[in-house]
Design a protein around this ligand. Structure first.
Ligand code: ATP
Ligand code: MG
Length: 340
C-alpha cells in the first residue's frame, strides 16, 4: 500500500518517548505514513529561536496531516501557546475527543465523544489589565467571542459526525442562562442545525455544570457532546478521567486546511525522560489519524492490540503497572503481529 505523507512533531517532555512507542506500533502495520520530522515547542525555541518555525508550518501546509507530541509553551517567554497558534494557522475548528473504556475502572462501558469548538470563545486571547489608581494590574479582563458562522460550523460537524458514526444524540452543552450572548449564540445555532437532522440524530441541551455532575454519575447518558472552547477543554479532561486518565485520551484537530492528531495530555515534565509515560493516548491519536485517511482496518487492529496488551497485564505505571514506555510499545507491536 502507498504511504501517506505526514508531518511528525516529537514535541517536548515525554513527547519523544511516546512518539518512539507510536512509531514502533505503526511498523507492523506497514508504516502507513511517510513522516517528515519537524520541530515545535520548547525544543524548537532552543534550536531555532522560534517555538513554531516556518519550516514546520510549511511541512503541514504541504502534507495537511500531522501527528504531534505534546508541546510546551515557555511561560513568560512572550510567545502565545504553540497549540493555539497551530489551530489558528490551519483553521482547525473542530477538536474531536473520543472517550472509550479500555481499562474498566469506575465505569466499564464509557463510549462518548466530545466535539469542542477550537478557535473562539474565551481562547481568542483578547485580554488586558485595568489600572485602578496605583495598581496597573488591579483588574484582569478577558473578552471572548463566538461567531454565529463558527457555531453553526462546529454544530454541523458534530451532527455529521453522529450520522457517520451511527450515533443517536448530540448534546449541546452551554451556559446560556448566565452567558446569554456568548453561549446563547451557540445554543441558538445548535437548535437551528438540529432541525435538518430531525429523525436521524436527536438534539439534547444541557447546562455545563449539570453536565459535569451527570458525566461523573452516569456517563452513559451522553453520546456526542458539542460545546464551546473552554467548556470543551474542561469536560474533555473530565471524561478522560472516566476512562483511566490522561494517558488514554486522544484528540483530533480537524480543519478545512489540515488535520493534526495528538494526545490530550501535556508534556508531563515531572516524568519526562524516565520511560514511565503511558503512550496509549498518542497511539490512539495515531488510530484516529488512520481512520481519518480511510485506513479503518489498521486503526481497528491497533486499538484491538492496545486493549489486548493491557488486558494481558502489560501496563505502564500510571495504571499500576511496571512496563516502561518502550516495553509497552513493543508489546503492542507484538500483539499486532500476533493478531494479523
Ligand atoms: P503541560 O504544561 O505541557 O500541559 P503539565 O504539567 O500540565 O504539562 P500534563 O501533561 O497535563 O502536565 O499532565 C498532568 C499530570 O498527568 C502530570 O502529573 C503527568 O505526569 C501526568 N501525565 C500526563 N500524561 C501522562 C502520560 N501519557 N502518562 C503518564 N502520566 C501522564
Ligand atoms: Mg496540562
Amino acid at each position: 500500500m502507498t504511504q501517506i505523507p505526514a508531518t511528525l512533531i516529537r514535541g517536548d517532555g515525554i513527547g519523544p518517548e511516546i512518539v518512539d512507542a507510536v512509531l514502533a506500533v505503526l511498523e507492523p502495520l506497514g508504516n502507513p505514513f511517510a513522516f517528515t520530522e519537524e520541530s515545535a515547542g520548547l525544543g524548537a525555541l532552543e534550536a531555532h529561536g522560534d517555538p513554531l518555525p516556518e519550516a514546520t508550518l510549511a511541512s503541514i501546509r504541504q502534507t495537511k496531516l500531522a501527528l504531534k507530541g505534546p508541546l510546551t509553551t515557555p511561560v513568560g517567554s512572550g510567545f502565545r501557546s504553540v497549540n493555539v497558534r497551530l489551530r489558528e494557522a490551519f483553521s482547525l475548528y473542530a477538536n474531536v475527543r473520543p472517550c472509550r473504556t479500555i481499562v474498566p475502572g469506575r465505569f466499564s462501558d464509557v463510549d462518548l465523544v466530545v466535539v469542542r469548538e477550537n478557535l473562539e470563545g474565551l481562547y481568542v486571547g483578547q485580554e488586558h489589565w485595568i489600572r485602578i489608581e496605583d495598581d496597573p494590574y488591579a483588574v484582569g479582563v478577558a473578552t471572548g467571542f463566538n461567531t454565529r458562522a463558527s457555531c453553526r460550523r462546529i454544530v454541523e460537524y458534530a451532527f455529521d459526525y453522529a450520522v457517520k458514526h451511527g450515533r443517536r444524540t448530540v448534546t449541546v452543552v452551554h451556559k446560556a442562562n448566565i452567558l446569554k450572548v456568548l453561549t446563547g449564540v451557540f445554543l441558538q445555532e445548535a437548535r437551528a442545525v438540529a432541525k435538518a437532522y430531525d429523525g436521524r440524530v436527536a438534539l439534547d441541551e444541557r447546562i455545563v455544570d449539570a453536565c459535569a455532575m451527570q458525566l461523573v454519575q452516569d456517563p452513559s447518558r451522553y453520546d456526542v457532546i458539542v460545546t464551546t472552547n473552554l467548556f470543551g477543554d474542561i469536560l474533555s479532561d473530565l471524561v478522560a478521567g472516566l476512562v483511566g486518565g490522561l494517558g488514554f485520551a486522544p484528540g483530533a484537530n480537524i480543519g478545512k486546511d489540515a488535520a493534526i492528531f495528538e494526545a490530550v495530555h501535556g508534556s508531563a515534565p515531572d516524568i519526562a525522560g524516565q520511560g514511565k509515560a503511558n503512550p496509549v493516548a498518542l497511539m490512539l491519536a495515531a488510530g484516529l489519524m488512520l481512520d481519518h485517511v480511510g485506513r479503518d482496518d489498521d486503526a481497528q487492529r491497533l486499538r484491538a492490540a492496545i486493549a489486548a496488551t493491557i488486558s494481558g497485564g502489560t501496563r505502564t505505571a500510571d495504571i499500576g503497572g511496571t512496563a516502561s514506555t518502550s516495553d509497552f510499545g513493543k508489546a503492542v507491536a507484538q500483539a499486532i503481529r500476533a493478531g494479523s
